[in-house]
Design a protein around this ligand. Structure first.
Ligand SMILES: *Cc1c(COP(=O)(O)O)cnc(C)c1O
Length: 402
């Protein structure tokens, strides 16, 4: 069999192998194809490229640094850990990378409102900022529980001038927020733009969001070569929908010597019902207009998911990840709430960096991995966001009194 070119994906119908696609009603298919056409056109436009590149540099603060976490590596007692600092981006996470692209595209297409879901509120806050900048109304759908968990981000959305819709159905978390945002889109799909917050949803979003995130891996690749003289031995990232991970992995897909590891939210443990480890525990299915691994019961009903990290508790996962898993190009591991919370404090106390609780999953796994490897191995980890949004929830969880 001819070797699949992993860099030439998806196909023109939005499939990554059997995953992805566009499983939506016909009129929505047309809307999605219009978005794809507009995207393919605009992405080749020199003025658009210049505008976006300038915003990444002067507004977001790219390239983001890479940081050799020496104390953390020493404590792990093995391989060297390098953090790709997406937490230093304007608005505090990797989400701004695709939000700027999506907001500009919506404006270019003459849309009148940008809608989105948000879990941790990072996508909502980043999109609200991007929409304020671009000058387009913004409406964020968020589960009522997440609104409580991530209060600072909700306040930021309001300050940026966005409308925040509290979603009180179902588990009142990310999946329900996506359902609610989709319904709002269906009210006027010609004029509204649904800016999906990860590499999920119907084609072209998995491709588009990935493309807007690929600088993470491109920069990290160059930075690792500059710092260490070679490619890293491992690249590690947390996986909710999978955008920060896809952004990192994309640059290394053809480098077989670089092992790629996605870290899923293990919640209270994979042997309980309280996790969102889609790759480890899901089966092939359909969710939100695309095919992927889905956490579902025997009848195909999507299961409620759980994680301490509001940005990770999604019952589906990006279609490209599903293919990479089946090809054994990426290995999917998990990390429990407990391990992530401990790492939230450890990284803060050891390196003076407060990680997003989502990112703490990746760092915690990387430390475990590092402890099994010799000192001359290098691991690069995306620190996908900063943890300021999580401090109240963690203090409460740990019952900390200062
Ligand atoms: C949204 C979010 C994630 C999870 O999203 P992916 O699409 O899986 O990257 C991870 N970390 C942070 C900080 C987030 O805001």
């Amino acid at each position: 069999m001819e070797k699949l070119d992993l860099t030439q994906m998806p196909d023109e119908n939005g499939f990554f192998g059997e995953f992805g696609g566009q499983f939506v009603p016909d009129h929505l298919k047309k809307i999605m194809n219009d978005i794809n056409d507009a995207y393919e056109k605009i992405i080749k436009d020199e003025n658009f490229q210049k505008e976006l590149a300038s915003l990444y540099k002067h507004y977001v603060g790219r390239p983001s640094p890479i940081y050799h976490a020496k104390k953390l590596s020493e404590a792990a007692g093995g391989a060297q850990i390098y953090l790709k600092r997406e937490d230093l981006n304007h608005t505090g996470s990797h989400k701004i990378n695709h939000c700027l692209g999506e907001a500009l595209l919506a404006k270019y297409m003459g849309k009148t409102k940008v809608i989105a879901e948000t879990g941790a509120g990072s996508h909502g806050a980043a999109l609200a900022a991007a929409c304020a900048l671009v000058g387009i109304p913004c409406e964020i759908h968020m589960g009522a529980i997440d609104i409580e968990r991530e209060a600072p981000n909700v306040t930021r959305m309001h300050i940026f001038g966005a409308k925040v819709v509290s979603v009180t159905r179902g588990t009142q978390t990310l999946k329900d927020a996506v359902d609610s945002a989709f319904e709002e889109l269906l009210r006027d799909p010609d004029n509204f733009f649904y800016a999906i917050g990860s590499v999920v949803g119907p084609h072209p979003f998995p491709k588009m969001v990935r493309d807007f995130q690929t600088m993470i891996g491109k920069e990290a690749r160059e930075q690792m070569i500059e710092l260490t003289g070679r490619l890293p031995d491992y690249a590690v990232a947390c996986v909710g929908g999978g955008s920060n991970a896809m952004g990192l992995f994309n640059a290394f897909l053809l480098d077989d010597e670089v092992k790629l590891i996605g870290v899923e939210p293990g919640g209270k443990g994979l042997d309980t019902e309280f996790h969102a480890a889609t790759m480890n525990k899901g089966r092939k299915g359909m969710i939100h207009g695309f095919k992927c691994y889905v956490l579902q019961d025997e009848r195909g009903e999507v299961l409620p998911v759980y994680s301490v990290a509001a940005g990770l508790d999604y019952p589906g996962v990006g279609p490209q990840h599903c293919l990479l898993r089946d090809l054994n190009r990426v290995q999917y591991e998990s990390c429990t709430d407990r391990e992530a919370i401990d790492m939230f404090m450890n990284l803060s106390r050891m390196e003076g960096i407060i990680p997003a609780i989502e990112s703490a999953h990746a760092v915690a796994y990387a430390v475990k991995l590092a402890s099994t490897l010799p000192k001359d191995k290098n691991i690069v980890v995306t620190l996908s966001g900063r943890g300021d949004k999580d401090i109240d929830a963690i203090i409460k969880e740990l019952n900390l009194k200062f």
